[in-house]
Design a binder for this molecule. Structure first.
Ligand code: NAD
Ligand code: UD1
Length: 344
C-alpha cells in the first residue's frame, strides 16, 4: 500500500516509517518540520536502505495536499502531525486548535475529495481526563483537562461524525499511553527542543549531565511508592501497532478506538531505578510538589488491541531505558550531529 504519513519526521512518525517500510509498504511523508528535522528522515533511509519521499508543507496547505492526492495513488493516511506541548497549549490554545483541529479538518476534506477514507489517527490517553478507574478501557467517559487534550477529544468526535456520515470511512483512533525509547540502531529517537517536559527524556538528560537533577513531582499519591504511575510503551511497539491498525482498517470499515500501551504501570521511582541500571550511573533527584493536572495512575486495558489488532507490546521497561540511553549517548545534541559522527 502507499501511505501518506503526516508528521512523519517526528518522534513516533520516524519509528513508524521504519516499520511500514520493513513491512513492504510505500510511504510519502508530509511535514512542515515545525518540531523535527529533515535529518531524522535521512536516518530512516539509512536504517531501511530505502528512499523516503518527503513533501515539506503544512497540513493546512490545501493546494499541496491536493497535489499529493492527485499525483499519487494513496491508499491510507497515518496522521501524526500535531502540536503536543501541554503547557504551551494552555498559553496558546488557538494555536493548538488551529494546527491540530483545523489541520485535521483540511486533511479529511482533501481525503474525502480524492476518495481516500482510510485513516489512522494519533490520539492520546489524555482523552481519559481525570479518570481514576485504572486500567482504562476504551469505553470510559472522555474529558479533557487542557487545550492539547481537548484538541484530541474534538478530533476524535469530528472523526466519529465523519465516519457516521459515510460508511466508506475507516478510522482507527489510537490512544497512546506514554511513548518512550528509541530504535535499537541508535539512529532515531526523541529529540525534544529545550528542557523536556516528560519524564523519560528528562531522566536521560540528567544521566548525560545536561540537567543537574530530576524533580519527582509528588511522593504522596495513593500508589505503591507514592509517585505517579504510568504505562510506558516502547516506541517500536507503538510503531508496530500502527502497521497492524492500518492492515485492520483497510479490511474492516468503521471507526474504533484502541489503547496502545503495555497494560502495566511503572512508578517514577521505578523508572529512575531501571534507567540507573541501563546507564550505570546514579540519577540525582529530589521530591518536589505535585505537578498541576497530573493524576496518580494511568495505565491501559489492552484487551481490545490484542483481540482486534492481534497486537501486543513486547518490550519491557529495561529495553525502553537501554534504547533511550543508547540514543542519548550517540546523539547528545539530538539530530544536530551529522550522521557521519555516529558509529553503531
Ligand atoms: P513530534 O512533535 O515529534 O511529531 C509531530 C510532527 O508533526 C513533527 O515532525 C512536526 O514538525 C509535524 N507537524 C506538526 N504540525 C504540523 C503541520 N501543521 N503540518 C505539517 N507537519 C506538522 O510528536 P510525536 O511525539 O511524534 O507525536 C506524534 C503524534 O502523536 C502527535 O499528534 C501527538 O499529539 C500524538 N501523541 C504523542 C504522544 C507522545 O508522548 N509523544 C502521546 C500521545 C499522543
Ligand atoms: C504528559 C502530558 C499528557 C501527555 C503525556 C504523553 C502533562 C500534564 N501531561 O503526561 O497530556 O499525553 O505526557 O506525552 O504534561 N514527572 C516527574 N518529573 C518530571 C516529569 C514528570 O516526576 O520532570 C512525573 C509526572 O508527575 C508523572 C510521570 O512522571 O507522574 C510521567 O510524566 P510525563 O512523562 O510528563 O507524562 P504524563 O504525566 O503521563
Amino acid at each position: 500500500m502507499k501511505i501518506l504519513i503526516t508528521g512523519g519526521a517526528g518522534y513516533i512518525g520516524t519509528h513508524t516509517c521504519v516499520e511500514l517500510l520493513n513491512a513492504g509498504h510505500d510511504i510519502l511523508v508530509l511535514d512542515n518540520f515545525s518540531n523535527s528535522k529533515p535529518e531524522a528522515l535521512e536516518r530512516v533511509g539509512e536504517i531501511t536502505g530505502k528512499f523516503i519521499e518527503v513533501c515539506e508543507a503544512d497540513l493546512q496547505d490545501r493546494a499541496t495536499l491536493e497535489s499529493i492526492f492527485y499525483q499519487n495513488e494513496i491508499d491510507a493516511v497515518i496522521h501524526f502531525a500535531g502540536l503536543k506541548a501541554v503547557g504551551e497549549s494552555v498559553e496558546k490554545p488557538l494555536k493548538y486548535y488551529h494546527n491540530n483541529v483545523a489541520g485535521t479538518v483540511t486533511l479529511c476534506e482533501v481525503m474525502d475529495k480524492y476518495n481516500v477514507r482510510n485513516l489512522v489517527f494519533s490520539s492520546s490517553a489524555t482523552v481519559y481526563g481525570e479518570n481514576n478507574l485504572v486500567p482504562f478501557t476504551e469505553d470510559l467517559p472522555l474529558s479533557a483537562t487542557n487545550p492539547y487534550g481537548r484538541s484530541k477529544l474534538i478530533i476524535e468526535e469530528i472523526l466519529r461524525d465523519t465516519a457516521a456520515s459515510n460508511s466508506n470511512w475507516s478510522v482507527a483512533l489510537l490512544r497512546y499511553f506514554n511513548p518512550v525509547g528509541a530504535h535499537n540502531s541508535g539512529l532515531i529517537g526523541e529529540d525534544p527542543s529545550g528542557v523536556p517536559n516528560n519524564l523519560m527524556p528528562y531522566i536521560s538528560q540528567v544521566a548525560v549531565g545536561k540537567l543537574p537533577e530530576l524533580q519527582v513531582f509528588g511522593d504522596d499519591y495513593p500508589t505503591r511508592d507514592g509517585t505517579g504511575v504510568r504505562d510506558y510503551i516502547h516506541v517500536v511497539d507503538l510503531a508496530l501497532g500502527h502497521v497492524r491498525a492500518l492492515e485492520k482498517i483497510v479490511t474492516d470499515r468503521g471507526i474504533e478506538a484502541y489503547n496502545l500501551g503495555t497494560g502495566r504501570g511503572c512508578s517514577v521511582l521505578e523508572l529512575v531505578k531501571s534507567f540507573e541500571a541501563a546507564c550505570g550511573k546514579t540519577i540525582p533527584f529530589k521530591i518536589a510538589d505535585r505537578r498541576a493536572g497530573d493524576i496518580a495512575e494511568c495505565y491501559a486495558d489492552v484487551t481490545k488491541a490484542e483481540r482486534d489488532l492481534g497486537w501486543k507490546a513486547t518490550f519491557g521497561i529495561d529495553d525502553m531505558c537501554m534504547s533511550t540511553w543508547k540514543w542519548q549517548t550517540l546523539n547528545p545534541t539530538g539530530y544536530e550531529v551529522t550522521k557521519k559522527e555516529i558509529t553503531v
